[in-house]
Design a protein around this ligand. Structure first.
Ligand code: E4P
Length: 218
């Protein structure tokens, strides 16, 4: 399973990329707004740090506008995936971008049939929003499972990118449900390695070694 960071914060991306475990980045207009920086400038920096896919979202909701904006962000770097919404205009733009050889991430996906149409439109990634589905009392992880089943039934190669992740459990469940990618905020990524028994075990090993003067010569 690939791990993406869901942020436009360059310093945060630089920090966590050091783990060697960040396969890509997703951004959106709200995340870009939070940085207070020029979106294109941030994308330029992010694509210089991360060699994997970096999603850049269009702002226009109309086909023609999406085409112009998508082509502009795609010029920033080879590893940009153009992010378009799950709308008819978005899917039409997705088809056009895919035919031009660009990778497309279809975002704001809330239903299995939206995901099916995105795959037919040539999407490289589909982004179902788990947390936001849960927030309205529906089953976010069920959405991932349904999309997985549909894609497997028909051999669609579109990668399922579980988005809107708000807990470590979401990451575990998305992996179990067969998501290809999970994108998460940096604070969730950081928590993935937390376990009280790891801390307790380490403290005991250190105390025992100190007591018996166990050392390793370097
Ligand atoms: C990912 O591509 C989305 O932009 C993101 O995961 C949305 O997350 P949110 O629902 O926490 O805003």
């Amino acid at each position: 399973m690939k791990i993406f960071l869901d942020t436009a914060d360059v310093a945060e991306i630089r920090k966590y990329a050091q783990s060697g475990l960040v396969d890509g980045v997703t951004t959106n207009p709200s995340l870009a707004a939070k940085t207070g920086k020029d979106y294109a400038e941030s994308l330029k920096e992010i694509t210089s740090i991360i060699k994997g896919s970096v999603s850049a979202e269009v702002l226009s909701t109309e086909y023609e506008g999406m085409l112009k904006e998508g082509r502009a962000v795609a010029k920033i770097a080879k590893n940009i995936a153009v992010k378009v919404p799950s709308t008819w205009d978005g899917l039409r733009a997705c088809r056009a971008f895919a035919d031009e050889g660009l990778t497309v991430n279809v975002t704001l996906c809330f239903s299995p049939v939206q995901a099916m149409l995105a795959a037919k439109a040539g999407a490289g990634f589909i982004s179902p929003f788990i947390g936001r589905v849960d927030d309205v009392g529906e089953d976010g992880m069920g959405l991932i499972r349904d999309i997985r089943a549909i894609y497997d039934n028909y051999g669609f190669k579109t990668e399922i990118l579980a988005a809107s992740i708000s807990s470590v459990s979401h990451v575990r469940e998305a992996a179990l449900a067969g998501a290809d990618v999970v994108t998460m905020p940096a604070d969730i990524f950081k928590k993935l390695m937390d376990h009280p028994l790891t801390d307790k075990g380490l403290a005991a090993f250190a105390a025992d070694a100190k007591k018996a003067n166990v050392t390793i010569k370097t």
